[in-house]
Design a protein around this ligand. Structure first.
Ligand code: S3P
Length: 440
């Protein structure tokens, strides 16, 4: 196991890019695999989570290979996946697992799906229940977790379903099931979640419509004829968050990150940081493969506490650990509201924020589903050893905290970082971050 120790660093500076967006990478592979003809993907995130999706789709009959900087996918067409010979292991990736289960739910094939210790503890009933309405059957551990054995519907029935929690994974799993179902599948979401699936399906030729009223009504026509496309994947805003916040909290820093995805449904952290008075400069905004992309410059400066509404949660759901670190460096209180979903991420991030900040000497408390952080105005003790429990974002968030705290912060296991951000250490060191690695 590799431990990482972050030390108080002097100014971080530079201009860099972060690896491709994880959510969009999974979707490009999945949609490419059920399109007809060749899909060419540039900027795919070559990280553990996404490579699990490559292996799973290959086991299901798609042909996927890397050629230079590109990934080439020869799809099988909607409904054309074939039964896997072995168990499908999705590793640490909840997104890959849930999206693939959705896709398989309307193929008349049997599959067994599992994952690592973290993924096997996460709820799958949130997709199993609505996917059963299409006619799929499931047999899951304790009725709700991986490993599960499933049989997709032989004659899928179109479904109308209102998603009970704000979750792009559930929405996307159902849209993928709807692809191989006759007629119209309708999904209603009360709170807008990331819309990469809708955008990409449309781009590949699906008949998909979104009616925006008080809630969103998304309809997709089944037996869709998708055809291969070229897809450019922007840098992941969820990864950019770590060097970005590091620059905001380490005095004298100025870091520019190019080609970051700035889809408004993902940009909640940037809004939150601005509410806290952060200096962010967004430049060169453009649209690539239907997704907004920009360059962002993050400059150190004073941060002040803010009240972050629950309505912001879907657009920054993966960013709370690093947002809590920014709040710890701010002056005054920051209240993050409506964080119930953090309990079912790669680890229980609600607890990871409370326990991790407390052990770094930051006053923090839970109030129901909210978290209140008392900012220390840049004067953080640090000096903690953090167990990351296979959670990449918890690992990176506390390393960033250690770059600005008095005493070093150690994380017990660097492995999980590779699930979303290969090259994190090199990139951070290149900007001037002092992070040591120790083999144990
Ligand atoms: C994701 C959706 C979010 C997010 C996850 C990626 C996606 O999960 O936390 O990291 O790609 O659809 P939920 O949909 O469960 O909120």
């Amino acid at each position: 196991m590799t431990k990482l120790i972050a030390h108080s660093s002097s100014a971080l500076t530079g201009c860099t890019e972060v690896p491709g967006d994880k959510s969009i990478s999974h979707r490009a592979l999945i949609i490419g695999a059920v399109a007809l003809g060749r899909t060419i993907v540039r900027g795919l995130l070559e990280a553990e989570d996404v490579l699990r999706t490559v292996s799973a789709l290959t086991a299901l009959g798609a042909i996927i290979k890397r050629s230079g900087e590109e990934w080439l996918i020869d799809g099988v067409g909607v409904g054309g996946l074939t039964a896997p010979e072995d168990v499908i292991d999705m590793g640490n990736s909840g997104t890959a697992a849930r999206l693939l289960i959705g896709l398989l739910a309307t193929h008349d094939i049997r599959a067994v799906v599992t994952g690592d210790h973290s993924l096997r503890s996460r709820p799958m009933d949130r997709v199993m229940e609505p996917l059963s309405l299409f006619g799929a059957t499931f047999d899951a551990f304790e009725g709700r977790r991986l490993p599960l054995s499933m049989h997709g519907a032989a004659e899928p029935i179109p479904v109308e379903y209102e998603v009970p929690v704000a979750s792009a994974q559930i929405k996307s799993a159902l849209l993928f099931a709807g692809l191989n179902t006759p007629g119209i599948t309708t999904i209603i979401e009360r709170e807008a979640t990331r819309d990469h699936t809708e955008k990409m399906l449309k781009n590949f030729g699906a008949e998909i419509h979104v009616e925006m009223a008080e809630s969103h009504r998304i309809t997709i026509r089944g037996y869709a004829e998708l055809s291969g496309r070229e897809v450019f994947i922007p840098g992941d805003p969820s990864s950019a968050a770590f060097p970005g916040v590091a620059a905001l909290i380490v005095p004298g820093s100025e870091v520019t990150i190019r080609n970051i995805g700035v889809n408004p449904r993902r940009a909640g952290l940037f809004e939150t940081l601005r509410d806290m008075g952060a200096s962010l400069e967004i430049a060169n905004k453009r649209i690539l493969s239907g997704e907004p992309v920009a360059d962002i410059t993050f400059r150190h400066g004073p941060l002040t506490g803010a009240d972050i509404p629950a309505s912001r949660a879907p657009s920054m759901i993966d960013e709370y650990p690093i947002a809590a670190v920014a709040a710890a460096f701010a002056s005054g209180q920051t209240l993050f509201r409506g964080l119930a979903e953090l309990r079912v991420k790669e680890s229980d991030r609600f607890i990871a924020i409370i326990n991790g900040l407390t052990s770094c000497g930051v006053p923090v408390r839970a109030e129901g589903d909210d978290i209140l952080v008392e900012g220390l105005n840049g004067q953080l003790p640090g000096g903690a050893k953090i167990s990351v429990n296979l959670d990449h974002r918890v690992a990176m968030a506390y390393l960033v905290l250690g770059l600005g705290s008095e005493k070093p912060v150690e994380i017990d296991d660097a492995t999980a970082i590779g699930t979303s951000f290969p090259g994190f250490l090199k990139l951070m060191r290149g900007l001037g971050a002092k992070i040591d690695s120790v083999e144990s």
